[in-house]
Write a protein that binds this ligand. Structure first.
Ligand SMILES: [Zn+2]
Length: 88
């Protein structure tokens, strides 16, 4: 099971774990997003459908951790939007 998601650092809306399948890369892009303002956390790539792991494989875990960490991060980092490649 993953950690509880903290509310959005921008608007305090509810955050959810989400994934987009990218056909070009043939990978799942996993991230946490705010349901209210749509802001996204750091994106992690997975070779498998996260549904199959009930959203608890390591990319999901990392996305949750990154989101929760950002809830407390300094303002200089608030516009940080980037695809993380380091785990591949
Ligand atoms: Zn928000």
């Amino acid at each position: 099971m993953f950690e509880r998601l903290l509310p959005c650092p921008f608007c305090e809306g509810d955050a959810v774990l989400a994934a987009d399948f990218n056909g070009r890369y043939r990978k799942w892009f996993i991230f946490v997003k705010c349901e209210k303002c749509g802001s996204r956390g750091k994106t992690f790539m997975s070779y498998s459908d996260p549904e199959r792991f009930r959203w608890s494989n390591s990319p999901c875990d990392n996305a949750v951790k990154a989101w929760n960490k950002r809830a407390y991060i300094d303002p200089d980092d608030l516009n940080y939007h980037m695809i993380n490649n380091e785990d591949d």
